[in-house]
Design a protein around this ligand. Sequence first.
Ligand code: ZN
Length: 857
Amino acid sequence: MGTDVIPTSYQLNLKIVPELDQFSGRAAIELEIAEPLSHFYLHGKNLEVSKVQLLTADSRLDASYEQVDKSGIARINLPQAISGSARLEIEYSAPFGQSLEGLYKVSESGEDYAFTQFEAIDARKAFPGFDEPGFKAPFDITLIVPENHVAISNTPEISSELKDGMKVVHFATSKPLPAYLIAFAVGDFDVVEWPSLPVTDIRSRELPLRGIAVKGKGEQLAYALEGTNTIVTALESYFGTPYPWAKLDILAVPDFAAGAMENAGAITYRESLLLFDDTATPQRKRRYKMVHAHELAHQWFGDLVTPVWWNDIWLNESFATWMAFVAMESTEPHGNYRRDLVSRGLKVMASDSLVNARQIRQPILSNNDISTAFDGITYSKGGAVLAMFENFLGREDFRQGVRNYMQEFEYGAATADDFIRHLAAASTSQPKDVVISAFNSFIEQPGLPLIEMSSQCTDEGVNIKLRQSRYFPLGSSGDRDQVWKVPVCLSTGSGEISSKTCLMLTQKELDFELPGACPEWIMPNANSAGYYRFSMLMDDWNKLLTNSDKQNTEEMMAILGSLTGAFNSGDLDIETLMSIAPQLIASQDWQVATAPMDQMSFMYDRMATDGQKQVLEQRFAEFYSSKLDDTGLEVTEDRDKASLQAALVTFLAETAKQPELRAVLVKMAVAYTGYGRDGEIHPAAANPIIIETALTVAVDELGDDFVDHLLQLALGSTDAVVRGRTLGAIGNTKDLNKAKEIRELVFSADLRDNEIYSILFPQAMMAETRDATWEWFQKNIDMVLKRIPEESWGRMTAVGSAFCDAEKQVEIEDFFGDRIGDMMGGPRNLAKTLESIDLCIAKAQHHQAEMEAWLGQ
Ligand SMILES: [Zn+2]
């Protein structure tokens, strides 16, 4: 957009009646025009503009408005060149959003509501403006709504009056905000006024807190409201600055594309993250805490200090992802939240192993790049990289750097370079240039370091050799010759004694001596602090695995991640993997005990013939059945136990297909759904952590009539969790005739937009249905896309990602070839899908003979 014209404040008057198809508005934007211009550009998409005027100190000029690009760029034409201060006034109307973007409507139980989702570039569908993150200005918002409706925005309501049968609600002037953080909500809501958060050492005023849900759901907000104070307090004490806005509202939105959105002072969530009844699982409560802490962290990081441009939106998301774990760790020191962060970092390594992986700080060359900026690389890799540098710099210095950055740029905008500069400046242990170049080596180049370690004992101690390259799996065409500046920490141990050595690996290779006795084991990623995989000679692996009791859970997770890497690159064979499995499965940590399931599932789904599958089912059951005896099937409040239970039940019932277990699950599903009896949901009859698996098994075993029953329950409920689990089970229908019928639900108005994935993705993934679903998808893609926000269109290439054969790969490439340019984020997502198929084919082929040998034993 350039900086010739800068908005200095906005006044928005919007008339929003959710019962209608359109809304209307009047926007007045104060501008500073740097040099005389007779036209300039701003953002506006699908706005029906009826009047445009430009006011200067001495004139009122009629101007014109013309949308010149479908992405929402509009040109303002003036009758004469103008510079200096001016006020642009635009009157317009616009349709409500067609999918979950812009200002859109949701209906529930006969009531209509309006909500917004503006990030990344959809504010322009609700009002004309300068829709880029770096343009921050105060907003004065007035909403005109039906008399019986509540209106919510980013700031507190300051007055409301009745006029012409409508309610006119004025909100306080906001602090400077970018357009993407503005929010509105209108409807006959339940508004729960919670006690204000009390004054703290850091905040001298009370903070008003409310929860907002659609009519009838207000009481389910209590758990989320209750948990808010400790998180806000933890964040305030981390940042050393008070929560930046005058109030905090949290809103549960019945149909929402993302998990949540950090609008300043008015955070929106999908209902399943914010509404709780007394059957909520510990997993769901934990998910709420992590997401809530993430969104609250954004109130500072993203909202108070905003990226100048989309290329640094990664820092918003990486930081909030990492900060959520820091905040939760300080609120619940025994909650093991760090494991969640480590787990995300390890998981994203799969997509970071692709040649088509993008770098964290990706240049934004088109709107495609804005769309793909919100992926696992941004959230999970970014979070893991921040954790690595926090470990490298130390918690205190890192926090000081964050605070200094926050202070310099509060209510303004900054770049990642500003952030890294502050981290470097605050370091009391590391030279500035080392911090900056190391950080940049991780954010400015794609991919994942592999650190090969070898060791040799000498008279003086042990000689360790490290060698770095870019990790790629079998079947990859990637160039391994890449160098990072990696903060590496190794731990070594003998007997009960262990010690840690940290260094910066800046070259391709590094040789060094550790003095002292030769250690019994070496762990190349101490405390799982580094974002890298490692490899060793089998002998070193064996020593490490024999001493697995000396490693903490996070370290075991990193060890397993590196073993997975070795399996995927062909350096570890099935027989060895299966010989290690019993030791892992015996672990008390569910993260360790369940780790072999991924490779077992790969063998089962991708490699085995029907005959081999039967043998695998038996073998897998032998590995895991007794573990299920430990957990049982009863409801437990112990989250770790519940996680193990959930993974075991799904694996033993759906992959190992254990008949006794499946029979028990069918019984649970029947009791829960009142099938063949009263037809009502009986929450007390089910263990909520395994009920979805139970329903899925019952769909297989009971067939069409049960699917119809589930559908009736789903559509008869307004509870997002009940709907989610019943629709998820329906999506798992494998019977081809029935599957054909249920795929049509993707077009049904009875499903919310955010529910169609529960049908579409299981159908696209399952071996039984993926061919038919792919055929169907090709015929119906236009109708499918109608239900999906444009920014997510590119992700739909994932429908082809379950294939593992070259013929289908060609089909996918041909099909998307012509249209991918019109699907935002499409080119990169398609390339990733095609590459994943290559890797799957290579991996399955490489391990085929090994599997047959192992099955023959
Ligand atoms: Zn976020």
